[in-house]
Design a protein around this ligand. Sequence first.
Ligand code: NBP
Length: 489
Amino acid sequence: MEPHADIAVVGLAVMGQNLILNMNDHGFTVVAYNRTVSKVDEFLAQEARGKKVVGAHSLAEMAALLKRPRRVMLMIKAGRAVDDLIDQLLTVLEPGDIIIDGGNSLFEDTIRRTKFVESKGLLYIGTGVSGGEEGARHGPSIMPGGSPSAWPHVKPIFQAIAAKVADAAGGPEQSCCDWVGEGGAGHYVKMTHNGIEYGDMQLICEAYHIMKDGLGMTAGEMHHVFREWNTGELESYLIEITRDILAKTDDDGTPLVDKILDTAGQKGTGKWTVISSQELGIPITLIAEAVYSRCVSALKDQRVLASKHFKQGNPKFAGDRVAWLGDIRKALYASKIISYTQGYMLMRAAAQAHHWNLNYGGIALMWRGGCIIRSVFLGEIKKAFDKNPDLTNLLLDPFFKKAIKGCVRSWRKVVSTAVKKGIPVPALSTALAFFDGFRNARLPANLLQAQRDFFGAHTYERIDQPRGQFFHTNWTGAGGRVSSSTYSV
Ligand code: NBP
């Protein structure tokens, strides 16, 4: 058969199959291939029946069906499998062809693979694809990075299949896909997206915990609260699904959510985000607490045992429920602003370290639709960066500054009351702690520097001398005059 297909997708699990059907809807001819080739025939006989999808039973057959430059998108398990498949693809593809990894790969792997594939004369794209099964089928958020010269060849397909959002200024709809940057930039932005997703989910869970234990509300009552919240500044996919989860009943008519075991799983992108933040020295405290909260939840047996030793007092919040619900909404909103502020600080630092020219407003637009963290809120972030592309910190944007100021009293009230009542609110409280640290012109790190100089001669700067001059004090009279230059804690 003549080469006539626009793109091949390798990997016929949930993401691959749905992306193929989405591409087909937009008029592209797709070759479907899977390591276990029986899945190709099953897919063609069932989900892809009657569509312009072509099956291939080997990588060579797949390559022969593709127009040049060939575009091959991998939707397979991240990790070693991607390297193995790249090696196999290099034997059937030619210089100028494009390999696209659409899985959740670690950005450092993507940097390495981009260089490797380019060294063989081919082009590489590592792209985040967010939105799960439904997104892949009807419009995901797509965050591509890698070899810049590959982008024009992939752009028409990706921008056609991605989610679309209305332009805030009333212009035409915009695609939730644009070029992110070189090397691992796309996968870095996707990783940060997933980290923020961890944070958003944890914040919602803490609000739910306070409503349940502090206000004594049922799932049905909370369903109505989330329904109302989804009409205001918190309107988002995660608030929407929480609303629906709280309304879902089990076979016996009781809320299903109450029957689900309280131990959370994780696949690693939240952890990667935190590891990267540690390496770059950026405080993404909220995402870190969200990752650790899943770890605490996983200690179910130990928690059950500890609960017998440390009895909880009365967790009930005194006062008017409606007023509390307003306060909780504001605490959640303010904490969410902090989480995105931290996420953007992280991306800015990574861009500097890796020489990526990230378009921060464009990233907000890509996340605005199709993905798990899609929300009205991201439209405000887009506006903030449109107004000032050099904005160094989201908290300094007039809209977010005003929003935070309007929430502070409620936020402090909710966090302090939860602490007094013994309801854990790690994400809400770390967000507040970050805010208080960030807005404080003088922190106690002067004492910390003195301690470091005391025990390790690490030196310190003085407020009455220019920055960059370092001093050492012989604090005990027993130490020497030599200061440390290599030992760092
Ligand atoms: P999975 O992550 O479950 O991977 C299954 C696919 O990988 C199958 O097609 C399997 O082929 C193939 N595969 C494996 Br496993 N090892 C392979 C190897 N060594 N060589 C070739 N193929 C191999 O699929 P998924 O859930 O559709 O996700 C695909 C990618 O997209 C992953 O990186 C995932 O992290 C990412 N992602 C998933 C979601 C989601 O909601 N599921 C969302 C966003 C991104 P086989 O049939 O022969 O075993």
